[in-house]
Every structure is written in structure tokens, then in C-alpha cells.
Design a protein around this ligand. Structure first.
Ligand SMILES: *Cc1c(COP(=O)(O)O)cnc(C)c1O
Length: 223
């Protein structure tokens, strides 16, 4: 188990390095977020022991149980919230995370802005884009993005650093990655978070700054 997680991390980092070289001028930062949802503290510690520090969780509650102790062991952790956020969890989310990738409506933007002020803590914020316009998926529709970004800045005084997306599962992801990158450039948002275990190399080709990889590092999830 320990060996496997560490080998997987090494292998993926090598693939990222190659992917970035191939992407050439379209290259993004290509940073790896190790997605540790459903994984135990022991599994996560194994990854931390390789020196890896960027992680993603999709539930505030679960992160609250696992990360405070890990953070006291490894103070330079960079933890991303990549799952849906309820406004009643905003205080906890701001306290726990360094980056929130899933800002997708005014109520959440307002709650996060208020909490960052209250806690005197500046998080890095991303807007989630519903890139395939799927009714069941969270995120701002591409056509509403410009207005939402403007509202974040003008009404809530928030700086949005990036855009995040999860393309439709059964489709070829490239056109969605191209679209997200285009939306980021058009709206002068510096970073994009896109690509998961099955398609992170494709995402790198289209300029991903962050790829979010779980299964390919930690193995299949039970739940
Ligand atoms: C679970 C999850 C991932 C990682 O998915 P894998 O297929 O396990 O790599 C990436 N992004 C989000 C938003 C997730 O919820």
C-alpha cells in the first residue's frame, strides 16, 4: 500500500513533466492536486511523506476530521476544496482550506467573503463552471460567467484566481478543456483547474494549471 501510493505519485509526476514539455507554449503550471476524499489519514500521510503537499477534498465535514492533525504535522500543506459548498459551512471551510475551487453562486460568494473578513484569512478562490451545461451538475453556466465574475468583484470584493470544471463523464473532454481555458483568457482569470485520473494528460495539453487526481494515486475508491 505504502509503496504503491508513493510509486503512483512518482509516476504521475513524471507524466506531468512530460505532458508539460509536450504542451510547449500552451503550457500551464501543471500542478498536481492529490484528491484524498474517502482516503484514511494513514494513506494521506504516506503521500505527505514523499514531500507532496497539495491535496483536494470534496467534503467539509470529512476534511474537518482528517486535516487539522495532519496540518500540525505538515504545516505547509495546501488544501483545496473541490466539492460543493453550503453557505452554512462557509466558516468551517474558510478555517480548513487554503483554496476553494467551487464558488458558483452569489450566496456562497457572499458567505465566503464575510468569513474571510471575520477570520482575517485570505483564501485563493476559483469559480466552478458547468462546462457541459449539465442540469445535475454544479457550476456557473458559461454564458453567465462574465456577469458572475463581475458580481464577485464589485459586490463582494473577491479576487477570483481561477476557473474549475468537470466535463461530462461519457464525452471526449478536449473541447471542454479548450472552452474553459478560453473562458479564463477572455475574462482575464489567471488559472484553470481541469483534468482528473482519466484525462489529466489531455488537460495538460490544453494548459491546465492544476490537475486533480485521486484514483490514479490512491487506487479505486470503495464508496
Ligand atoms: C473525485 C474528484 C476528482 C478525482 O477523481 P479521480 O477520477 O479519482 O482522479 C477530481 N475532481 C473532483 C471535483 C472530484 O470530486
Amino acid at each position: 500500500m505504502v509503496m504503491t501510493i508513493q510509486q503512483n505519485l512518482t509516476e504521475i509526476k513524471n507524466k506531468i513533466k512530460l505532458g508539460l514539455e509536450e504542451a510547449g507554449s500552451r503550457t500551464g503550471r501543471g500542478q498536481l492536486i492529490a484528491v484524498s476524499k474517502t482516503r484514511s489519514v494513514e494513506e494521506i500521510r504516506t503521500a505527505l511523506q514523499t514531500g507532496h503537499r497539495q491535496f483536494g477534498e470534496n467534503r467539509v465535514q470529512e476534511a474537518a476530521m482528517k486535516w487539522p492533525d495532519l496540518r500540525s504535522e505538515f504545516p505547509d500543506i495546501d488544501l483545496h476544496l473541490i466539492g460543493p459548498l453550503q453557505s452554512n459551512k462557509a466558516a468551517e471551510a474558510v478555517a480548513l482550506f487554503d483554496v476553494i475551487e467551487t464558488i458558483d453562486r452569489p450566496k456562497i460568494a457572499a458567505a465566503i467573503a464575510k468569513e474571510m473578513k471575520a477570520q482575517g484569512k485570505e483564501l485563493k478562490l476559483f469559480v466552478q463552471v458547468n462546462i457541459g451545461e449539465e442540469p445535475q451538475k454544479a457550476g456557473v453556466a458559461p454564458r453567465d460567467l462574465e456577469a458572475f465574475l463581475k458580481q464577485c468583484q464589485e459586490e463582494f470584493d473577491l479576487t477570483i484566481s481561477g476557473l474549475m470544471c468537470i466535463p461530462p463523464v461519457e464525452e471526449e473532454p478536449s473541447p471542454y478543456f479548450v472552452l474553459l481555458k478560453h473562458l479564463a483568457e477572455e475574462n482575464k482569470v489567471p488559472l484553470v483547474s481541469m483534468g482528473m485520473s482519466s484525462d489529466f494528460e489531455t488537460a495538460l495539453q490544453f494548459g491546465a494549471d492544476f490537475v486533480r487526481v485521486g484514483t490514479a494515486i490512491f487506487g479505486e475508491r470503495q464508496s
